[in-house]
Design a protein around this ligand. Structure first.
Ligand SMILES: [Fe+2]
Length: 316
């Protein structure tokens, strides 16, 4: 029970045309395009909704510039939705949205809405791997992708102005489960006991609320690499990646974009159950990335773009 994941993310942006170009290149599926509203979908029907940042009906921004204005969480059915809304109500976190539907505002000021999920299950088959004595891929070449086709909105990462309050909101009011934690600094949270490693990661940044990134799930490492190189070929700049996170185990590649904070392609994250052992970690660079390429890979030379990570965005 509880929420099942991110159903939609609403962005407020300055340049709708650039945002549209990015959504097309990112591999999202066009649902509708209008001057004041773009709707794109992932393979499972998750929605990326883009609005002009000064739209009067948008919830307020929690930071300057292009950013996420609302997150819509899905529940599997009416009963799960009712249970989750009951938990929010009990925590004193449920308010009435502008549209008359139940909503919540987290301690950062970010607006959340809730619905029975409109996403559908997508069956994907990652490329099997070969090892001596244990070939998983026989008489078959491994793929080289020329673009990504994002499966779902996997997670959102938030800078917490008040870390303790945000941790309390997402665990107690939203009912999320701790998968891993940097005590006092960061907490990885998943919606469901049996599910992907995190749907939200809350990162301490006292007094400065914000969105660190939004992540899209791909099939496997090959799609992360092929999709990332395709974005580089189209001129989009890497924030950091490709690389691999030791915590969650995922392969990643983050891009700057005109929707807001960096957007991430990722694949092969840990799947957790009741038996998953949450751990407490001490923050250090090698836990953000086992390895990573700061400037990305140039789409023409297929070599790294020489760069130093001076982003100051908490990659340590
Ligand atoms: Fe991520």
């Amino acid at each position: 029970m509880g929420f099942s994941g991110v159903d939609a993310v609403v962005f407020g942006v300055a340049d709708m045309q650039e945002a549209q170009r990015f959504c097309e290149d990112w591999g999202l599926h066009r649902v509708s395009v209008a001057p004041d509203r773009l709707v794109y979908a992932t393979r499972d029907g998750g929605e990326v909704i883009v609005r002009p940042k000064d739209s009067p009906d948008l919830p307020p921004a929690i930071e300057a510039g292009n950013t996420v204005r609302q997150v819509i969480w899905g529940a599997e059915d009416e009963a799960a939705l009712a249970e989750s809304l009951g938990r929010l109500k009990e925590a004193g976190a449920l308010v009435m949205g502008a549209d008359g539907a139940p909503a919540a505002v987290d301690p950062n000021g970010l607006h959340h809405a809730f619905r029975v999920s409109r996403r559908r299950a997508v069956q994907v088959t990652p490329t099997p791997v070969n090892a001596p004595g244990n070939p998983g891929r026989i008489d078959r070449r491994s793929p080289v992708h020329d673009h990504a086709d994002p499966i779902k909105l996997g997670h959102i990462v938030l800078f917490a102005a008040d870390f303790a309050a945000m941790r309390d909101f997402y665990t107690r009011a939203m009912g999320f489960i701790v998968s891993d934690e940097y005590p006092g600094h960061g907490v990885f949270l998943r919606c469901k006991r049996r599910g992907e490693h995190h749907n939200v990661f809350v990162l301490n940044r006292p007094g400065k609320p914000g969105v660190n990134h939004v992540a899209f799930t791909l099939t496997d490492v090959h799609e992360v690499i092929g999709g990332g190189i395709a974005m580089a070929q189209k001129g989009w700049k890497t924030e950091i990646g490709p690389g691999r996170h030791p915590i969650s185990s995922a392969y990643f590649w983050y891009f700057h974009n005109p929707l807001g904070p960096p957007l991430e392609y990722y694949a092969d994250d840990d799947f957790c159950t009741e038996a998953w052992q949450a751990q407490e970690w001490t923050r250090k660079p090698e836990l953000f990335a086992e390895w990573a390429i700061a400037g990305g890979i140039d789409g023409t030379t297929r070599r790294q773009v020489v760069a130093v990570d001076n982003s100051g965005r908490g990659h340590a």
